[in-house]
Design a protein around this ligand. Structure first.
Ligand SMILES: Cc1cc2nc3c(=O)[nH]c(=O)nc-3n(C[C@H](O)[C@H](O)[C@H](O)COP(=O)(O)OP(=O)(O)OC[C@H]3O[C@@H](n4cnc5c(N)ncnc54)[C@H](O)[C@@H]3O)c2cc1C
Length: 440
């Protein structure tokens, strides 16, 4: 069916947010034009299958949304061909494999550490709750006590967020860090048989072709121009300039591109907004993907690493998400290494991290002598996680205020500069589209 447009609507980005916006417009028979700089659709939800038959996503992607509408939309996209599984996560600290989350699963750790953690935790509970919390570090100490906070989440956080807990706010926490009762901490120190309490309990993952398959429904009937990098925006004349020299007009603009980059391509941005946009920080993630001739690598879907001398912060095992992510009898490992321009710049070429990753996989026992490495790849994600440093909130308010004034609807993880999961990015795109529709 040919749909008619009331207005010329442009969307920058074909990731979850851009497609969420396009989906909402489509529900009202409006067809926007989507522009994406990449030669492929999907942004961070893209997946790649190599010539050996290994499929890797752009970072470990599982859908754990509790939103039934989104669950149904995603399921419909893959004709209900998805795998539904209980999420298994574990932790590695100084030679110990620990069930997730560590705070409820201290069993097997050194006795003096356990005693110190429990003593601190009792003290924290005995205190009243009115202590002033001015950063993530305060929150961790007030929640778990000093020993646990400093040994586990502060160490992991510095490796994942690339900055220290005392330089971070707490407005991103949500359900991410579980606060146990004293009984749970004590029980977890006495037995390995504990309840599963992580906020991600179950997940769904497409059976075939990786996470990107969840986009199938949303890319039907869209007008998407790939290889179209927007590099100039003239808001007065409502014009987009592209890197190939093309110029297109728009009546309404929805953008899911990263805010600092967006600000840098708009004509005539005030100095204070430019300055604020430069304070917004995101981590980069270097993915090292490895395929080997063995599938019994790990029981977990995801493993968190706390030790500073390990090059990676997190591991996942794509063949555990779907058997079709690796050739029969083979297994795959995806290592995540975090950097940021603001706090921890990348020091070497991406490929130079492959061997250190393999060395550390051998050191922790996940890879072993005799494993045959079939494939390796290093892939750098320029924008991974938004860093909730203490500069973020004020800088973001300045940038968002300006973008509202010039009538650009921003959405998604990098357009709203938040810790959005795929479902939230999609809904953020829908909301941006709704604002445009309301104004039409
Ligand atoms: C390592 C990692 C693991 C994750 N794991 C999960 C998970 O398990 N589950 C989950 O639900 N979520 C997960 N997420 C979050 C998820 O990836 C995001 O919520 C979602 O993909 C963001 O979609 P988006 O559309 O907002 O941004 P993007 O996917 O980045 O889309 C933005 C698009 O804009 C395009 N663009 C940028 N600049 C320009 C320009 N100048 N011109 C034209 N186009 C441009 C880009 O090419 C891109 O396609 C993870 C994220 C990361 C980084």
């Amino acid at each position: 069916m040919i749909k008619t447009n009331r207005q010329n609507i442009a969307i920058i980005g074909s990731g979850m947010a851009g497609l969420g916006a396009a989906y909402r417009f489509g529900c009202e028979s409006v067809v926007p034009v989507i522009y994406d700089k990449n030669p492929y659709l999907g942004g961070h939800t893209a997946s790649w299958t190599d010539s050996y038959g290994f499929t890797f996503d752009e970072g470990p992607h599982i859908s754990f949304t509790k939103d039934e509408r989104i669950q149904e939309l995603f399921a419909d996209s893959v004709d209900s061909e998805y795998i539904s599984a209980k999420a298994i996560m574990n932790n590695y600290w100084q030679g110990h494999w620990i069930k997730h989350p560590v705070q409820c699963n201290l069993y097997g750790l050194p006795q003096d550490l356990i005693e110190s953690v429990i003593r601190d935790f009792k003290e924290v509970i005995a205190k009243n709750d009115n202590e002033e919390i001015s950063n993530y570090s305060d929150w961790l100490v007030a929640t778990y006590g000093k020993t646990f906070a400093e040994t586990f989440p502060m160490e992991y956080g510095a490796r994942y967020h690339t900055t220290t807990a005392d330089n971070m706010s707490t407005d991103w926490l949500g359900p991410r860090l579980y606060r146990p009762s004293l009984e749970e901490v004590v029980r977890g120190a006495q037995t390995p048989n504990t309840e599963d309490v992580h906020y991600i309990t179950d997940f769904r993952y497409p059976l075939n072709k990786g996470f990107v398959s969840y986009l199938s429904k949303f890319i039907k009937d869209i007008d998407c121009r790939l290889n179209s990098r927007v590099e100039k925006i003239d808001v007065n004349h409502r014009m987009l300039g592209f890197s190939n020299g093309d110029v297109k007009t728009y009546d309404q603009l929805v953008s899911s591109m990263p805010l600092p980059e967006l600000i840098s391509i708009i004509d005539g941005v005030p100095e204070d907004v430019i300055k604020a946009s430069r304070m917004l920080a995101a981590s980069m993630c270097l993915l090292v993907n490895i395929g080997i001739n063995r599938e019994d690598i790990s029981d977990a879907h995801v493993s968190y690493f706390y030790d500073r001398d390990f090059v990676f912060t997190r591991l996942s095992f794509p063949h555990m998400l779907s058997p079709n992510n690796a050739p029969p009898g083979c297994g795959s490992i995806q290592a995540e290494l975090y950097f940021s321009d603001k706090y921890k710049p990348l020091e070497k070429k991406s490929e130079e991290y492959i061997q250190p990753v393999i060395d550390d996989l051998m050191r922790c026992g996940l890879m072993r002598e005799g494993d045959h490495i079939i494939t390796t790849e290093a892939r750098l994600i320029r924008h991974a996680n938004i860093i909730y440093d203490l500069d973020r909130a004020a800088a973001l308010a300045v940038v968002q205020g300006y973008l509202d004034d010039i009538d650009i609807q921003c959405c998604g993880r990098y357009g709203e500069w938040g810790y959005h999961w795929t479902d939230e990015s999609f809904k953020s795109g829908e909301n941006a589209a709704q604002k445009v529709l309301d104004a039409m």
